[in-house]
Design a protein around this ligand. Structure first.
Ligand code: TRH
Length: 374
């Protein structure tokens, strides 16, 4: 099967982050021919630095990356067409799908949706929607946390690589030019939007009883830090010490290296969709900042995840987990010490949760099977 994946970058890195992972898995694990059409190569370059944003067509990790520009070029439609997050295919490409159709080879057209833990996802997953005018059908494919959804992206060797890296921890830090944390230190990665209530978190960490090392890849969090730490300029390479807290700013990492950072930390603050999923595969305690939507539509999504995730947590830990998430997402005063009191429980739970998710087949496998059946 030949695959075309279409991705429009709305903002941030989640859309392309997801599409890039999926494309790579389709080529490297299944040997499929994949063209990734993306309208913003600069964002892709941030997570895959070998991408040249000035080259309209290039091959990386076996994926044919094409700059999605207007007017769209003349191409033959692929067997499977993925429209990520309802990004709307170019009219010319739809015509190309039609001409394949007239040669009795109707492409499988998938609208790949955003991840949600809400229960309605199971009902809508795999539903079809015939095109209002043309003899083409689009199918909705929903990622999710249960066997009745499309599942989550999980590469074949991901968990084995994670376990191996976690067992040889010290090596990873030195290979990545980062100081090896000592045993008393709590290592935290921080990736968030610039609306997060970071200042009282910094305060709690500064006055913590044990040392805290907070690792921050360059990005929106630095805007918050400038205020929180009263600094005018901050950039990768800077290390700030304040009481028990050490803040270490690092460059924005290539995607695979960022995944590894999550495996190595004691707690990961993540956001959006893709880093959020990766933090779950890291099997370490996590704090999620959900991508904000108009009319606060994201709160229902947050609640649905909190319900699923904390279902098997003991009551007090569940309460602390939920309260901390509400405060972090609503910009309210945080009680880090109360949250972190349960760190051992959270750590055990994170591994159980990751094992539970791994018992469900992964998104790429599910997607291929679904396409084969159409
Ligand atoms: O960047 P995000 O906020 O993306 C968001 C969400 O996906 C949201 O659902 C979507 O609607 C919105 O964009 C438009 O967060 P997310 O999803 O975690 O994506 C970040 C990507 O960046 C992810 O693939 C991990 C990657 N990354 C790196 O490669 N290196 C890094 O150093 C960091 C911090 C992240």
């Amino acid at each position: 099967m030949g695959w075309d994946l279409f991705c429009r970058v709305i903002d941030n890195y989640g859309d392309i982050g997801f599409c890039w992972r999926l494309s790579r898995q389709l080529t490297t694990e299944y040997g499929l021919a994949v063209r990734l059409w993306v309208d913003d190569l600069t964002s892709l370059q941030r997570i895959c630095p070998s991408v040249d944003p000035h080259q309209t067509s290039q091959q990386r990790c076996g994926v044919q990356i094409n700059h999605w520009i207007d007017p769209f070029p003349d191409v033959v439609a692929a067997d499977v067409v993925i429209e990520a997050y309802g990004c709307e295919l170019p009219e010319k490409y739809i015509q190309a799908m039609l001409s394949s159709h007239s040669r009795s080879r109707q492409p499988v057209w998938i609208n790949l949706e955003y991840l949600s833990a809400e229960s309605w996802v199971e009902e809508y997953h795999r539903l079809c929607s015939p095109h209002p005018r043309l003899p083409l059908t689009k199918y909705f494919f929903f990622p999710g946390f249960t066997a009745n959804t499309g599942g989550l992206l999980r590469e074949k060797n991901l968990l084995a690589q994670r376990d191996n890296t976690q067992q040889n921890g010290a090596n990873w830090w030195s290979q990545n030019d980062l100081p090896i944390p000592d045993e008393t230190e709590t290592v935290i990665s921080l990736f968030c939007y610039d609306t997060a209530p970071i200042s009282n978190l910094l305060e709690a960490w500064t006055h913590s009883q044990t040392p805290i090392r907070c690792i921050i890849p360059e990005g929106q969090a630095l805007n918050l830090l400038r205020n929180g730490l009263n600094r005018s300029a901050l950039k990768a390479g800077h290390v700030i010490r304040q009481g028990k807290l050490t803040v270490q700013i690092i460059p924005f990492l290539p995607q695979e290296q960022y995944d590894q950072l999550l495996w190595m930390c004691d707690c990961n603050f993540v956001r959006g969709e893709d880093s959020f999923v990766r933090a779950q595969w890291a099997a370490r305690p996590l704090v999620w900042q959900i991508y904000p939507q108009a009319d606060n539509a994201h709160y229902a999504k947050l609640e649905a995840f909190l319900n699923r995730y904390s279902q098997t947590l003991v009551e007090e830990a569940s309460h602390a987990f939920r309260a901390f998430h509400h405060d972090w997402n609503k910009g309210e005063r945080l009680d880090w010490n109360h949250f972190w009191k349960y760190h051992t429980v959270f750590r055990q739970h994170a591994r159980i949760w990751s094992n539970q998710l791994a018992a469900i087949s992964d998104l790429t496998f599910n997607l291929i099977e679904f396409c084969k059946r159409q």
